[in-house]
Design a protein around this ligand. Structure first.
Ligand code: HEC
Ligand code: HEC
Length: 383
């Protein structure tokens, strides 16, 4: 069984972990060697068929997560495997999945920018058409229950065909994409090794992509309760954290909660619109009037890489965001109670009791919520 170990935390654990780390490195290099040999040996062979028992397939992966993480949600229908994750990575970076073979998932989700579309308000698809949502960073996805700003997708398996087919994104018919994968030199073998079957289906393609996405994590020791990192906060970051918690000042923690991920993964109306029916959010997928205008609560981790902000990219700076939570948000029937309470009887926001210094401190604290180790982690890089 192969271990998928989180290097930085291991490094923290020093001695034992260093040994573990080396062992793990050794194990992966051996694995890569085997993989290379296998790939080399089947270059000119016909595609591997299901009954070929000589090639290993579906090697289970044991995730080793820091102990302040909640247990990793089990996915019995799609268990993580070494080869599945690797295949997912190849698919994520491969433009073969788009209509004109020019765009991959990575075109709009760049590793060195927290997997967001860097400096772009709305991403542009293969036909030059702009979308209408700000791209989302990709980390801690394993713990979410719904995906996309408006919760359009309930699982990572369900999700990956959405951008492939979207007109303003990769604009490709999934069956075409699968045909191209099946006809390629490398993919039938990779699918065999991941799923013990070289016949490619949209199900196995989505499963591989989901496995890869599930292994990307980001956390910050500046906020995760129980981690040593809390003690590493500077005095100003500490003051900012107090503003974040103070119910008369920032009062941010109800939604961007104090946990390893800095979000409750809920869908909430934070008052962006006077008339949420114009952009109904989660309601569009549940038809529940209580979901009107609700959007995914994002983590504030790595915010300095992900401007502009909000689902429609309306704010370009943290100052604008703070002004919004101060006096700019709107009352509506589904506005969250934690913002309702900051309204006066006429439904207008009551200015927060924060000083300029408080706001400076809050910004410094928010900017300290960063984890950039995965920006250069080869497990998530272009193969
Ligand atoms: C043209 C740009 C573009 C491409 C290509 C693209 N995405 Fe996205 N991605 C976006 C945007 C924009 C959003 C937010 C969309 C929304 O909420 O409606 C998003 C959202 C997501 C999310 C949701 C994250 C969350 O926290 O809920 C995931 C996961 C994702 N994309 C994965 C992928 C995968 C996998 C591919 C390739 C199959 C892909 N994307 C291709 C732009 C793109
Ligand atoms: C009642 C819940 C709630 C509270 C309280 C709250 N937020 Fe938010 N926040 C949200 C939701 C929901 C979104 C996404 C809204 C959207 O784009 O539709 C969001 C988005 C953001 C974003 C944009 C992030 C991105 O990636 O685009 C920032 C920054 C932010 N909030 C900061 C704060 C700060 C700072 C505070 C405290 C002053 C705060 N929030 C209080 C729910 C909340």
């Amino acid at each position: 069984m192969n271990k998928f170990v989180f290097d930085k935390f291991l490094k923290m654990m020093r001695f034992t972990s260093a040994i573990n780390y080396l062992l793990n490195g050794l194990r992966s290099s051996v694995w890569v060697l085997i993989l290379m040999l296998v790939m080399d040996s089947c270059k000119n062979d016909p595609p591997i068929i299901e009954s070929d028992n000589s090639v290993p397939c579906g090697t289970p992966v044991e995730l080793v997560l820091p102990d302040f993480y909640p247990p990793f949600p089990a996915t019995p229908d799609n268990p993580l495997t070494e080869e599945g994750i690797e295949l997912g990575r190849h698919l994520f970076y491969d433009p073969i999945l788009s209509g004109d073979n020019t765009q991959s998932c990575a075109s709009c989700h760049q590793q060195n920018a927290s997997f967001i579309d860097k400096d772009v308000k709305f991403s542009v698809g293969i036909d030059g058409q702009e979308g209408f949502r700000n791209s989302m960073p990709l980390f801690n996805l394993a713990y979410a229950r719904r995906y996309f700003w408006d919760g359009n997708s309930r699982s990572l398996e369900e999700l990956s065909t959405v951008p492939i087919e979207a007109e303003f994104e990769m604009h490709e018919n999934v069956f075409n994409a699968i045909r191209e994968l099946q006809e390629s030199d490398k993919y039938p073998g990779m699918f065999y090794r991941a799923f013990c079957d070289s016949t490619i289906t949209s199900e196995t393609m989505s499963k591989a992509m989901a496995q890869f996405l599930r292994t990307i994590f980001a956390t910050t020791l500046k906020i995760a309760p129980g981690s040593v990192g809390q003690q590493s906060r500077t005095p100003q970051e500490n003051r900012g954290f107090m503003v974040f918690l103070d119910e008369t000042k920032g009062d941010c923690f109800h939604c961007h909660v104090v946990n390893a991920f800095n979000t409750n993964f809920e869908f909430i109306n934070n008052g962006l619109s006077e008339d949420p029916t114009l952009d109904p959010g989660l309601f569009a997928h549940t038809a529940d009037p209580n979901d009107m205008g609700k959007f995914k609560v994002p983590s504030l981790i790595n915010l300095e890489y992900t401007a502009p902000f909000m689902h429609d990219g309306r704010f370009s700076s943290l100052d604008e965001v703070l002004d919004f939570y101060d006096t700019g948000f709107h009352s509506s029937p589904t506005l969250d109670p934690n913002l309702q309470k900051h309204l006066d009887p006429n439904g207008k926001p009551i200015p927060r009791a924060w000083s300029e210094q408080d706001k400076e401190d809050l910004k410094v604290f928010i900017r300290s919520l960063r984890d950039t180790a995965f920006f250069s982690d080869p497990r998530f890089s272009r193969p």
